[in-house]
Structures are given as structure tokens and as C-alpha cells.
Design a protein around this ligand. Structure first.
Ligand code: ATP
Length: 297
């Protein structure tokens, strides 16, 4: 099955005066992916989204949506949320969305579908001003679902939400993804990207420092520290051991990352069978958070 490229970004750069907010970044988003753009505040996520949505002009590089430069027809296939939309507090959710539907030339059915997906159908006749923060966030997402776009672009969609609100937004994203929609979302929260996204591009100071499948890029690894009387020989042994994924030397320790599902107990046994008595064997669980911080340090 051939993959359909939804968005291709090639060597994109954007400056604000002398500040280079986005530097020469390239990555591709394929159909059906939930693609996270992850990075700390100020790393260039919103700028990247604003450029690919045609809100800002790039200073270098280019991008293509559905294989073409951004044009009116392609823009209609993209539902974007980069700023909180302005809704009228004294109009109901349905009335507010009627305005959005009119602009997008979408049907009344599309409004009900959007409210249903955002789990707000029961609130259809509630005034927007009476919604909780979590509901307001879902209403914002409902507004981009109007017209049933193929792609959703969301900037920090769970920002400020409590765990329940987070879970509800996550459900919306996952239900859209299961329908074959493509989702691009910017986030500074590793947990959000880990739980919601299939792919990720990690930005740091405007530069792309890594991208790929979430499971491959952000896997939690356990590191085992070992010492023996003869570190040189042990190091040589471990470099070719079947159960070892990576090995390196840091100060007095040899650090080992084991292939799954091997455990330190098996490593210890293996070393002893090869004639090495370990004077130290210590396991350190490295959290995803720690790895992410290491990447963006
Ligand atoms: P955040 O999550 O805080 O929005 P971000 O990763 O989305 O961060 P951007 O908002 O794209 O990052 O900002 C990237 C850099 O560009 C930052 O240093 C920011 O201060 C700067 N910047 C953003 N918008 C402007 C602007 N309109 N004028 C000048 N500098 C800007």
C-alpha cells in the first residue's frame, strides 16, 4: 500500500528580524498519522504551524499540502486551531457553529456531527458563556471539525486542561485518527505526545533535532551500570553480547542498555558464566521525561 503524503516540509526557515525562530527544518507527515511537534516554549512550534497554514511567510524553504503549494482548495481540507476562536457568549453552541458553518459552506448536519464528536451534543442549546474550560476547549475543536476536514492542525490542544479534559480531547483526536484523518499537533508536553501521537518531530531553538515514530524515538530505556575487576575485558565481552543493545563506558562504570526482555539478573548470570564477578550491578530506570530533557538540553 502506498503512503499518501499529506504535508511535506522542506528546509523551512522563518526569521523575526534577526531572530531565527525556525531553522531549516524538514519532515513529512503521511495520511493517518497523528504527528506531534514537540518542543519547549519558544522552540518554534507555533511559528511552524503559522507558516504551513499561510498565516506567515517563510524566509526559506517550502512546504506542500497534498503534493501542492497551499491553495484555496487545499486550505478547505485543513481544519486549523492555532488561536482560541472567538465565540459569542450569549449565543448557543449550535448558533455559534452556524456562523462557522456558513463561512465554510457546510451543512447543519456537519454542525451536529462536530458537536457529537466533541461530546457536546447535549449542550447544543447551552450558551457558550456557560461552558467549563474543558468544554470550551472541545467547542474550539468542534469548530474546526465543521466541514469534515481531512487534516486537523491543533496548537497545544490540551493546554490548561485537567486530566479529565485531557482524556476527552485525547479521545476526540483518537476517534478522528481512527477515521483515517491526519492530525498535526504542537505540544510542549511530552506526556501528551507520548499518549496521543504516532509520530513526532522534536524542535529545539527552532531546529529539528529528531523525528520519527514515537515508539522508536521516545522509548523508555533502563540502564544497567556494571563494574568488575577487569573493566576492559568485560567491556569487550559486552560489546558482542547477544542480550546487549548498547554499551558504553562512563567514568568507572560500564553502562549497558539491554535488549527487551532481558533483565539485569540475566546479565549478571551471563557475566558470571563468562568468568566475570561483578562488584557492582545497578539498574537505573530512565524516564521518557529524562530522555526528552536530555534531547532538548
Ligand atoms: P510557545 O509554546 O511558547 O508558543 P513555540 O515553540 O510555539 O513556543 P514560537 O511561538 O514559534 O515558539 O516562538 C519561537 C521564537 O520566536 C521565540 O523565541 C519567540 O519569542 C519568537 N517569536 C514568536 N513570535 C514572534 C513575533 N511575532 N515577533 C518576534 N518574535 C517572535
Amino acid at each position: 500500500m502506498s503512503v499518501e503524503k499529506i504535508l511535506e516540509i522542506n528546509n523551512l526557515s522563518k526569521n523575526y528580524g534577526s531572530l531565527q525562530a525556525v531553522r531549516d527544518i524538514s519532515f513529512t507527515v503521511n495520511k493517518g498519522e497523528v504527528y506531534g511537534i514537540l518542543g519547549p516554549n519558544g522552540s518554534g512550534k507555533t511559528t511552524t504551524l503559522a507558516v504551513i497554514l499561510g498565516v506567515l511567510n517563510a524566509n526559506g524553504g517550502d512546504f506542500k499540502w497534498f503534493g501542492k503549494p497551499l491553495q484555496k482548495e487545499t486550505r478547505q481540507r485543513i481544519g486549523a486551531l492555532i488561536e482560541t476562536p472567538n465565540f459569542y457568549p450569549y449565543l448557543t453552541l449550535f448558533e455559534n457553529l452556524q456562523i462557522a458553518a456558513k463561512i465554510k459552506n457546510a451543512s447543519e448536519e456537519s454542525i451536529n456531527n462536530a458537536l457529537g464528536t466533541a461530546n457536546l451534543l447535549k449542550r447544543k442549546h447551552t450558551n457558550y458563556g456557560n461552558l467549563s474550560l474543558g468544554m470550551k476547549q472541545r467547542m474550539a475543536i468542534a469548530s474546526v471539525l465543521i466541514g469534515d476536514p481531512d487534516v486537523l492542525v491543533l496548537d497545544e490542544p490540551t493546554n490548561g486542561l485537567d486530566p479529565e479534559g485531557f482524556a476527552e480531547v485525547r479521545n476526540i483526536i483518537q476517534s478522528q485518527a481512527s477515521k483515517g484523518k491526519t492530525i498535526i499537533l504542537a505540544s510542549h508536553i511530552l506526556d501528551e505526545v507520548e499518549k496521543v501521537c504516532s509520530h513526532v518531530a522534536i524542535l529545539k531553538s527552532g531546529e529539528l533535532i529528531a523525528n520519527g515514530r514515537v515508539g522508536e524515538l521516545l522509548t523508555s530505556e533502563d540502564i544497567v551500570y556494571v563494574q568488575s575487576e577487569n573493566q576492559d575485558e568485560l567491556f569487550a565481552l559486552l560489546q558482542f553480547a547477544e542480550m546487549v543493545s548498547r554499551v558504553s563506558r562512563i567514568e568507572d562504570d560500564i553502562t549497558v542498555v539491554l535488549k527487551k526482555p532481558f533483565t539485569p539478573v540475566e546479565l549478571n548470570k551471563f557475566c558470571s558464566e563468562k568468568g566475570f564477578v561483578l562488584s557492582k550491578i545497578m539498574l537505573r530506570k530512565q524516564s521518557l521525561e529524562a530522555q526528552f530533557l536530555e534531547l532538548v538540553k
